[in-house]
Write a protein that binds this ligand. Structure first.
Ligand code: NAD
Ligand code: DAU
Length: 368
């Protein structure tokens, strides 16, 4: 492993002096905000441009601790607008792109697939076109990094795990759109020689996640003693990774990954939904000073998600052996930190759960 770290150090020095302008898309969202924070703090020599349309999931409050730093720049804009993207790239001549902007919630994709095709597919191709144009004469030391999901691989049975070579078999409009964007990224590498890299990660958890996703939604509902809508029998399995571990993996792959390659990222941490929900109830009840088991009766089994993938599991051997990355945050530590953050950041939760969110919640859950 020693040689990996020495090589990393040398390559990093090289990049720090060569790479200057990095575009991060979706930097006001959940994972994007952690990536922006990491890059702004760790690489003061880089100028970090956060491009975000500030949809319901984008929130500049996620970045108040770094938004005054001189190497941070925010641009409000929509990746679906090809003309705007082209001009932006011509103006700034970015050296690298880390592309996280997406419609990311499976349930919303079932209700409204078109948004997912526009942002996840058309938006990604707009970015690829713009990068291709500005790097056409010199793609040396440039990098287009596309952040994707394990959901493109489909669903597993009781055993096995997704490898980078696992054939794509997406089941939801969300994962089909992400799969399509992955194919375009590879096609631009193979056809035009664009220096691309892709990673496919499992479920993230941590601070700043919009509370329509399982964990923040359930923390908020437990706190307010509202029903916890468990889809189907609650036996679906997800692999959970702390969001800062994902951000560190992205840093590693961005700097050291090989062009044209794909890297799987996972937490080695599989949970059945019902088990992680019971664990969450135990921790939140304890932190709220309620007797053990108080919130268990809130569990409410509801109609299953259509096309609900049974199990995801990641084989991240390639990332470990090639680039030396492994998750660092133990689940018990990350989980406690996550719960503490949502309980301490009541104002953040209240802000994002007011207004349009209320309509969304009724539409999604009232008929279940
Ligand atoms: P998120 O929904 O929290 O954030 C998405 C961000 O993209 C928001 O800030 C939003 O405003 C922005 N955005 C949406 N449409 C846009 C557009 N048309 N133009 C510009 N900006 C736009 O998502 P997340 O959970 O942080 O996921 C980020 C990326 O990571 C996505 O590509 C997702 O597919 C991928 N991913 C997520 C997970 C997870 O567990 N959350 C796991 C693996 C991969
Ligand atoms: O695997 C990576 C993916 O993880 C990312 O690509 C997605 O962007 C991200 O949203 C996440 O997708 P999931 O569908 O797995 O996450 P979600 O939090 O929506 O659901 C997690 C599990 O919990 C899933 O099996 C569905 C279930 N669930 C979810 C909600 C919102 C419920 O049982 N009840 C709920 O109310």
């Amino acid at each position: 492993m020693q040689h990996i770290y020495l090589k990393k150090k040398i390559v990093l020095q090289f990049y720090i002096f060569r790479m200057k302008k990095i575009l991060i898309t979706g930097g006001a969202g959940f994972i994007g905000s952690h990536v922006v924070r990491l890059f702004v703090n760790k690489y003061p020599h880089y100028d970090i441009y956060n491009l975000d349309a500030l949809t319901y999931a984008g929130n500049l409050e996620n970045l108040t601790d770094i938004d005054q730093k001189p190497n941070y720049h925010f641009i409000k804009g929509d990746i679906v607008n090809g003309e705007f993207i082209q001009k932006l790239f011509e103006e700034h001549q970015f050296d690298g792109v880390i592309h996280l902007a997406a419609e990311s919630h499976v349930d919303r994709s079932i209700a409204n697939p078109m948004e997912f095709i526009f942002t996840n597919v058309v938006g990604t191709v707009n970015l690829l076109n713009a990068a291709r144009l500005i790097w056409k004469d010199n793609a040396e030391r440039k990098r287009f990094y596309h952040i994707s999901t394990d959901e493109v691989y489909g669903s597993l049975g009781e055993t096995g795990s997704f490898k980078e070579t696992t054939p794509y078999r997406p089941h939801s409009p969300y994962s089909a759109a992400k799969a399509s964007s992955d194919h375009f990224v590879r096609a631009y590498h193979d056809t035009y020689g664009l220096p691309t890299v892709i990673s496919n990660c499992s479920n993230n958890y941590g601070p700043n996640q919009f509370p329509e996703k399982l964990l923040p939604l359930f923390i908020n509902n437990i706190k307010h003693s509202k029903p916890l809508p468990v889809y189907g029998k609650g036996i679906n399995v997800r692999d959970w990774l702390y969001v800062e571990d994902h951000a560190n993996a992205i840093d590693t792959i961005f700097h050291f990954g090989r062009d044209g390659e794909t890297y799987n990222i996972g937490g080695n941490n599989e949970w059945r939904n019902i088990d992680i929900i019971k664990k969450l109830i135990e921790i939140v009840d304890a932190k709220l000073g309620r007797p053990a088991g108080t919130s268990l009766p809130l569990i409410t089994y509801v109609t299953d998600r259509a096309g609900h993938d049974l199990r995801y599991a990641i084989d991240a051997t390639k990332l470990k052996t090639e680039l030396g990355w492994e998750p660092k945050i133990k689940f018990t530590e990350g989980f406690e930190k996550t719960v503490d953050w949502y309980l301490a950041n009541e104002k953040w939760l209240d802000n994002v759960t007011s207004g349009a969110y209320v309509d969304y919640y009724h539409k999604m859950y009232d008929n279940k």
